[in-house]
Ligand binder design. Structure first.
Ligand SMILES: [Zn+2]
Length: 423
């Protein structure tokens, strides 16, 4: 008994030592909010400096491309006016824009974030992100992240006059903007797909790479771009946005080995404390999908600031259908959950939200506790998040889960424009 107690004591001391010794994370965004939320907890247990993070917080991650006054490619463009209106809406709805690195620190249990947070990201490195988006974001005091594919920077094989320059990236870096990796040439990363190979000297050819040729190529797409960004800009790159969201386990492994902490896709869903780090969904906001932004904002809950206490229920306890993490073969799934384990449900309080659809008219059977909804129109994305909430004994309870839809079944495959040459 004694040795065990001793050992416990020692390990606890060590843990506290480690926590105390930890340098304070550099605060470059959302000043005050994190500390304010954590303050009461810290005050109650003064010896532990590690904040107790809010595991029920949620983060919406938005992904933008080009900002132009005249839309010609509605799949990758948005007007500055529409962009600014969305930034304002976040503020008006009490959604706090936080640095992406704060979200990662929250997922590591190192930093608290507001219960309803958002992260702004830009893909591909267009100069309009520097010239148009940045001044708007400065007005709101919003931090943001740039995902850059290195051959698309001005002077690279794919970087034309509309591309951002290395000097502009350095300016962003000097002003605290987070710069992260988005491959070298922006193509499908899976083996056996046709890719455009750019040879030294700029000659291009279309090839199906396999075996050692593929490995060499994909290494450069995942690791080479990280090294180049880190060397050219003197930064640390810990995030990777997957071009078109097309990747697999092998690519994930390469990324992990290269030291990436998180991988981002384009399948938007509210990010929770337990969302997997190698498939963090972002909402791509483009001129041709104005509803995506509205849906995303509605997904993060209707409460205005303050945050009502919500008890998170595991999707497993609700025997959901489809199950969390399952992949189904239909884009018209029947979505079901059983709330009987939650306790007495207040009539009329049950709500179901489905990513891409928003609030849906789900059926609730008080006798069995089952809530169900038959999706009436084909779901468009390859992944679907469901949020079911209800009131039980005056308390709000909520469950989130995500299932996949087999590619062939989805109504349309996600827009995959060819490699973007910045003309
Ligand atoms: Zn991209």
């Amino acid at each position: 008994m004694l040795p065990l107690l001793l050992a416990l004591n020692l390990s606890m001391c060590k843990k506290q030592q480690a926590v105390t010794d930890k340098p304070q994370p550099g605060g470059n965004g959302a000043p005050g909010t994190a500390a304010a939320t954590a303050a009461p907890v810290v005050a109650a247990t003064p010896k532990v400096k590690k904040p107790v993070v809010d595991q029920t917080a949620q983060v919406l991650i938005f992904c933008y491309h080009r900002l132009v006054d005249k839309i010609r490619y509605p799949g990758t463009e948005i007007t500055p006016a529409a962009f600014e209106a969305e930034m304002k809406e976040l503020k008006d709805k009490g959604i706090t824009v936080i640095p992406m690195q704060d979200m990662l620190a929250w997922k590591r249990s190192e930093k608290n974030i507001p219960p309803r947070s958002a992260v702004i990201t830009f893909d591909d490195g267009w100069k309009s992100q520097y010239e148009v988006a940045w001044p708007i974001l400065k007005k709101f005091g919003y931090p943001f992240t740039m995902f850059i594919y290195t051959e698309g920077v001005r002077g690279g094989a794919l970087g034309g006059g509309e591309a951002i320059t290395w000097e502009q990236l350095a300016d962003l870096r000097d002003n605290g903007v987070d710069i992260q990796a988005h491959s070298a040439t922006h193509q499908d990363l899976r083996e056996g797909h046709n890719v455009t190979v750019i040879e030294p000297g700029g000659k291009r050819s279309r090839k199906k790479l396999t075996g050692a040729d593929y490995e060499k190529w994909v290494q450069n797409e995942v690791v080479g771009c990280k090294e180049l960004l880190e060397q050219r800009l003197g930064i640390k790159v810990n995030c990777y946005a997957v071009p078109f969201g097309n990747y697999n386990e092998h690519v994930k492994e390469l990324a992990r080995n290269a030291g990436y902490e998180a991988m981002f896709t384009v399948y938007g869903q509210p990010i929770t404390f337990t969302s997997p780090m190698d498939a963090i969904g972002r909402y791509a906001i483009e001129a041709n999908k104005p509803k995506v932004f509205a849906d995303a904002v509605s997904m993060i809950g209707a409460s205005t600031g303050g945050g009502t206490a919500v008890a998170e229920v595991g999707a497993k306890d609700l025997t959901t259908q489809p199950a969390d993490g399952e992949t189904v073969r239909t884009a018209l799934p029947l979505i079901k959950a059983n709330l009987s384990s939650v306790g007495q449900i207040e009539p009329g309080s049950v709500q179901m939200r489905v990513s891409g659809l928003g609030l849906v008219p789900a059926n609730f059977d008080p006798k069995t506790g089952a809530v169900s909804y038959q999706v009436p129109q084909k779901l468009r994305e390859k992944s679907c998040t469901v949020i079911v909430s209800a009131k039980s004994e005056g308390k709000k309870v909520e469950a989130h889960w995500t299932f996949g839809i087999e590619e062939a079944a989805a109504a349309t495959t996600a827009s995959s424009p060819a490699t973007a040459v910045k003309k």
